[in-house]
Design a protein around this ligand. Structure first.
Ligand SMILES: [Zn+2]
Length: 359
């Protein structure tokens, strides 16, 4: 009898061990991609005290942009653009003062080693790969795109290279980028597709979600309607999308005097719209790990640098991008999942969020 009890106990332990193994294995496979140090992220579930429920949701722009200029999420924060530029310039000045005998190449090499550190560049590369993979998944899910259209779009995305120093010589044609807050996509004269990241941006953007939104916006430019049009490719689905953007007031008819001309904001709205979908997936992958306040702060940080800032160049902004209010309120803040992460219900007064399936 005693032996039978022992055997039963042993069998039970064995079954428990097997079940535990499978549950753990399943969970670990389903875990979202983690930014550096995510294992040490404390889960803080303190919910913000909101006396008038959802009052903050009346203006998503104000909710994200007013108040404290810095918001911390578990992966980091985002500081004002000007701070990154100041810090990068300060590093540069110090190098020049400390090494009067160095030539400009030596100064740049040393500056780049400090700003584009292995920790920062590795994080940037892994985030770029995550964003690219997610963007490709989203494209693959579009039922209205034909097989040939998908292949064309996916092949273009794959061609984009993340071009970052060291060595400093990588940006030899644009050395001022080391101290600039710019991140951009471009097609070179040699027909190379590349994405470049300014040093100042690396200094101020510590939130993983901000890096995701920024890289997704730039990567989406590789397949934006004007970029594809330039290479002789016009997608019918994109035209339907444009109609939806117009209906939702994301672009105005007044701005389209010339398609893909200097005042046509379709390409910019497209890049934001695509980046919002990638960012929604990034946030969703943490929705079971983060507390509510952490989710709110992570969501805010994704677009924190789009808020109107003191040193904004108004003219440049109006020509290339829609206003910060429109980008945050109507493109980012109208996405159903983004609203959910911010603790807001569905947007009642707006039309359906645009998709490639829009009629
Ligand atoms: Zn853009």
């Amino acid at each position: 009898m005693k032996t039978r009890v022992q055997i039963l106990g042993l069998s039970f332990s064995l079954v428990l061990l097997i079940v535990t193994f499978f549950v753990y294995h399943r969970l670990s496979r389903d875990l979202p991609p983690s930014p550096p140090n995510s294992s040490r992220i404390p889960v803080n579930d303190s919910i913000p005290r909101i006396t008038h429920a959802h009052n903050h949701c009346r203006s998503i722009y104000n909710y994200i942009c007013s108040g404290n200029p810095e918001t911390s999420d578990p992966t980091g924060n985002v500081r004002p653009d000007i701070e990154g530029e100041k810090q990068a310039q300060l590093l540069q000045k110090k190098l020049i003062a400390d090494h009067p005998d160095w030539n400009s190449d030596q100064i740049d090499d040393s500056l780049v080693n400090q700003i584009y550190s292995p920790v920062r560049t590795n994080r940037l590369i892994s985030t770029f790969l995550w964003v690219r993979n997610t963007l490709e998944e989203i494209i693959n899910l579009q039922i209205k795109l034909s097989f040939a259209e998908k292949n064309r779009i996916l092949a273009t995305i794959e061609r984009v290279e993340l071009e970052i120093p060291p060595p400093a010589a990588v940006y030899s044609d644009e050395r001022e980028l080391f101290t600039k807050n710019e991140v951009y996509f471009e097609r070179t004269q040699e027909n190379k597709l590349r994405l470049r990241v300014g040093g100042a941006y690396l200094i101020i953007a510590k939130s993983w979600f901000n890096i995701v939104f920024t890289l997704a916006h730039e990567l989406a430019h590789s397949i934006d309607p004007c970029e594809l049009k330039n290479s002789g490719y016009v997608l019918a689905s994109y035209q339907k999308l444009k109609v939806c953007f117009l209906q939702n007031g994301l672009i105005s008819t007044a701005s389209i005097t010339q398609e893909c001309g200097p005042r046509d904001q379709f390409a910019e709205v497209f890049a934001d719209w695509m980046a919002v979908q990638v960012t929604a997936r990034a946030l969703k992958s943490y929705s079971h790990t983060f507390g509510k306040l952490q989710m709110v702060n992570s969501t805010k940080n994704a677009v924190k640098d789009l808020c109107r800032q003191e040193n904004d160049d108004e003219e440049l902004e109006l020509d290339l991008h829609p206003s910060p209010e429109l980008r945050i309120e109507k493109i980012f803040g109208a996405h159903p999942e983004i609203r959910e992460f911010l603790g807001c219900g569905p947007a009642t007064l707006t039309l359906n969020y645009c998709s490639l399936e829009s009629r």
